[in-house]
Design a protein around this ligand. Structure first.
Ligand code: EPZ
Length: 426
């Protein structure tokens, strides 16, 4: 376990404003689209988080040239784009999103040799949907020493568009296939596509680069292949999961908090559930303010692909329900192993029982400040939220997870009055 941790002194009501950063789950794939571009890609509103830093290193390992300045990334192909060198294998293993490179590499180079993405603590994270769909575009795969070796079959080394129906909703597979199909010969139709806002962001940047992607955000996406794609400027969408995390933190601490750079339309189901808890919302053209009730109603959630309740907010919402007035049921349907936070929340005095992937949460009046362990990005955020409520000092291990996906997590909470600090065990 890493020796970095978070110290939270909870029990305080908070107040003030939080500015939402660019979306991690969009920025990472928008960075991968630069492999498709013959010109420079300038990305704005890029979150300064560890996953972005790793993706930058991965692209550099393939001959890309990246300069970053605060939330701006300039990416172009410095020399000839080439396959990632084996010396960088551990980089790919440290970031599952590195797999987003396979579609663009195949489209640009006609072959790909990249490390297989492993599973992680929340699930096995299979890639069968990516593989079977790419095979339909004319790719042949071999697996060797934990590497994926892919070759475009036709002699011109160009993918051929076709009709593809995904067997399950996969955000990653939808993104991979959109990117691969942009330079394919002819039309590709993707059925049973994921509808997440990050996919719309991806289609928007690709169309700015000269692609012809229609229907992003619906279950049926059509891509007309083009000969080449150019560079462009693009601003990453706001991070709806970061926003949801802090909305839940505001509800947990019963604090009136105002949010800027937020996109409420990406959070409809989350806002709907928080209203069912008893929270009120004020909207203006630039801000969203949450006004929680002192007494929170217990509310049931089932995580689903977008526009359903997002799996990435299941853990934070469960933390909220531990102090609600009643019993709530929380069902995880997207990932098979995303309940590590249950045991840790119970250490803080929560009353949660778990059967298969369904948690029953009996609301309690108090949580006790404790020393707990975060095992994944969103689970660690959930424990920090519980720490903000519990009277006293909580120690939450897992800061390295938070730093992957939340820009300035402690700083943003300090700015609204939270006593939360990054610490290091010496
Ligand atoms: C993306 O992961 C996000 N990550 C995840 O966010 C998010 O939880 C997930 O989408 C769902 O919304 C990034 O965008 C970097 P999937 P991804 O492909 O693309 C099945 C976070 O906390 N599946 O939609 O890997 C499998 O059961 C992270 O920010 C297959 O069966 O998600 C998986 O559990 C966590 N075969 C489920 O779909 C496949 O080939 C969801 O996977 C692919 C997926």
């Amino acid at each position: 376990m890493n020796n970095k941790y978070i110290e939270v002194k909870g029990g305080k009501s908070l107040e003030g404003k939080i500015k939402i950063s660019g979306a991690k789950n969009s920025a990472l794939v928008l960075m991968a689209t630069s492999i498709l571009a013959k010109g420079q890609i300038n990305l704005f509103n890029v979150p300064q988080i560890r996953d972005v830093a790793i993706m930058s290193k991965i692209l550099t390992s393939m001959g890309m040239y990246i300069t970053s300045n605060e939330d701006k990334l300039e990416i172009n192909i410095k020399s000839i784009l080439h396959q990632p060198q084996e010396v960088f294998t551990n980089l790919f293993h440290s970031l599952r999103a590195s797999f987003f490179c396979i579609g663009p590499i195949l489209a640009r180079l006609g072959s790909a040799k990249i490390p297989l993405p492993g599973g992680c603590s929340i699930g096995s994270r299979p890639i069968d949907e990516h593989i079977s769909a790419l095979e339909k575009l004319g790719v042949q795969f071999k697996f060797k020493n934990n590497y994926l070796i892919a070759e475009v079959i036709n002699p011109k080394k160009r993918l051929i568009g076709t009709i593809i129906k995904f067997n399950c909703k996969s955000v990653g597979a939808t993104k991979t296939l959109i990117m691969a199909a942009c330079l394919a010969k002819g039309r590709t139709i993707l059925k049973n596509s994921s509808q997440e806002p990050e996919i719309v962001d991806l289609a928007n940047i690709l169309n700015k680069m000269g692609a012809k992607v229609k229907g992003a955000g619906t279950e049926c996406i059509t891509i007309e292949g083009v000969e080449s794609l150019g560079g462009c400027d693009y601003t990453v969408m706001p991070d709806r999961i970061e926003a949801g995390t802090y909305l839940i933190a505001a509800a947990m601490t019963r604090s009136k908090i105002t949010f800027s750079s937020i996109e409420p339309k990406h959070l409809k189901e989350v806002i709907n559930k928080l209203e069912m808890c008893g929270c009120k919302f004020e909207y203006s053209d630039k801000y969203l303010t949450i006004i929680p009730n002192q007494i929170l109603n217990s509310v049931d959630i089932t995580t689903l692909p977008y526009p359903g309740f997002p799996t990435d907010l299941q853990a934070p919402f469960m933390a909220l329900m531990t102090t609600a007035n009643g019993v709530s049921t929380i069902k995880e349907t997207v990932f098979e192993n995303r309940m590590h936070h249950v045991k840790e929340l119970n250490k803080m005095g929560a009353q949660i029982s778990l059967k298969d992937n369904t948690a029953k949460v009996v609301g309690v009046k108090k949580l006790k400040a404790s020393s707990v362990i975060g095992f994944d990005l969103r689970g660690t955020a959930a424990l920090a939220i519980a720490g903000l409520y519990a009277n006293g000092k909580s120690i939450i291990q897992g800061l390295e997870h938070l730093e992957r996906g939340y820009e300035d997590f402690a700083l943003k909470l300090q700015q609204i009055g939270a006593e939360i600090r990054h610490k290091k065990q010496n």
